[in-house]
Design a protein around this ligand. Structure first.
Ligand SMILES: Nc1ncnc2c1ncn2[C@@H]1O[C@H](COP(=O)(O)OP(=O)(O)O)[C@@H](O)[C@H]1O
Ligand SMILES: [Mg+2]
Length: 384
């Protein structure tokens, strides 16, 4: 059996435990054999290429990104127990009151952290993928009510554990705190090494994510930052021109297999099973995203045809329609601002789309009416 790390004696909460210290990447003795990933990697890369291509079905990729990045934000937070929904998030962004505002804040924080990382990677003067960038992202992720006591933006200074009620009966005790910085520096080196290793980028991403979770460098937020790192590496190695993949959907759906595969790296030296699981997940998530895009393109094109056939359509109603994928929940005032027009003009545009059955009113009231691009929201919230 391959050994993937060593144990170090560590004390926490008055108990002495064996903390796992992973070996630096890549796996050795034996090295990962191409037989175990070649076919699955080809399937996953093809699925990603199809996803990149299908985005051309709509006139603006922003239409698709709006929902894709929010789905990822939501699903990665749901893996960690957040109780928000996609509609909560849309409502929050539209300025409508939402009940579970702490949950929605967590999702919004993820979006901020994601944007920070993306902005840096796309700016020639920005930070590269690095411990510093991840700490900055962590700072945004844990800002506010729930995270503020968990040292936002800082590597942990104490021993932590996963599963179990106390360190002594934990499922897994990550490395001692004083090892965390060096272990992360190893990960950073692995990412930026111009390696002539025969490891394809998706396999390297699988290795990096698992290694990050094994190091568990923060007091909280390790799952979300580790999955953000997956998206960042997809960008870094140019596997997708835009973040259209929401892999957390697959990870959430197969959560116990996800955690088991991470554990088996440690307990059975089994890097191969994790890499296989990850590649399958990428392929499945990319195919699902592809189907979603086809459905969105179909819906929007059908709705557009109805609008084009409407004798009473106005310039403002066409312009409003083109904005719907970026503001699926809205008020007349939002429409007015977006179209930079008068209230009566915006009102007439909304009413026309309502009469065509493209948008519908939510409140049933005379005042403070709010509208929804319902067909679109239903597509986005379909499970699987
Ligand atoms: N057995 C395990 N071995 C390694 N990592 C694990 C294991 N079980 C769970 N994890 C990782 O730990 C994450 C949870 O860590 P946590 O710091 O609470 O992150 P977050 O606050 O984002 O929830 C999971 O999402 C998963 O990625
Ligand atoms: Mg947590």
């Amino acid at each position: 059996m391959r050994r993937t790390g060593t144990y170090a004696t560590s004390t926490t909460s008055g108990e002495t435990v064996q903390a796992f210290v992973p070996h630096a990447l890549p796996p050795i003795e034996p090295v990962l054999s191409a037989d175990c990933f070649e076919a699955a990697n080809r399937v996953a890369e093809l699925a990603l290429a199809r996803l990149a291509s299908v985005a051309g079905l709509v006139p603006s990729v922003d239409w698709l990104l709006y929902s894709a990045v929010r789905k990822e934000a939501l699903l990665t937070s749901q893996i960690e127990g957040t109780q928000a929904t996609l509609v909560d998030l849309f409502d929050d962004e539209a300025g409508f009151a939402v009940g579970n505002s702490d949950d929605v804040e967590e999702v919004s924080n993820y979006l901020r952290a994601f944007r920070l990382v993306q902005d840096n990677l796309r700016d020639p003067a920005g930070l590269p993928i690095s411990v510093r960038l991840l700490c900055n992202a962590h700072c945004l992720l844990l800002a506010g009510v729930r995270g503020s006591g968990k040292q936002p933006g800082e590597l942990r200074r104490s021993q932590n554990w996963i599963g179990g009620t106390r360190p002594g009966n934990a499922a897994f005790v990550p490395p001692p705190a004083h090892r965390v910085a060096d272990l992360l520096a190893d990960v950073e080196r692995f990412i930026h090494a111009d390696s002539d290793l025969a490891l394809p980028p998706l396999v390297k991403i699988a290795l990096v994510h698992a290694q990050f979770e094994t190091i568990h460098p923060f007091l909280d937020g390790n799952g979300r930052i580790g999955r953000l790192l997956i998206a960042a590496l997809m960008e870094h190695w140019q596997l997708l021109p835009e973040p259209l993949l929401y892999l957390s959907g697959y990870l959430k759906q197969h959560q116990s297999a996800y955690y088991q595969a991470l554990s088996a790296i440690r307990t059975q030296g089994d890097w191969e099973a994790w890499v296989g699981f990850f590649l399958e997940g990428v392929a499945a998530a990319a195919s699902e995203a592809e189907r979603g895009i086809v459905a969105i393109a179909t819906l929007i094109n059908n709705d557009r045809r109805r609008l084009l056939a409407a004798p009473k359509a106005t310039p403002a109603s066409y312009r409003l329609f083109e904005n719907l994928p970026l503001m699926p929940r809205f008020t007349i005032e939002h429409a007015r601002q977006k179209l930079n027009t008068t209230f009566p003009t915006a009102n007439a545009a909304v009413k026309l789309l309502e009469a065509l059955g493209i948008v519908c009113e939510q409140t049933g009231q005379k005042k403070n009416r709010s509208y929804s691009y319902q067909g679109y929201i239903e597509l986005l919230t379909l499970v699987g």
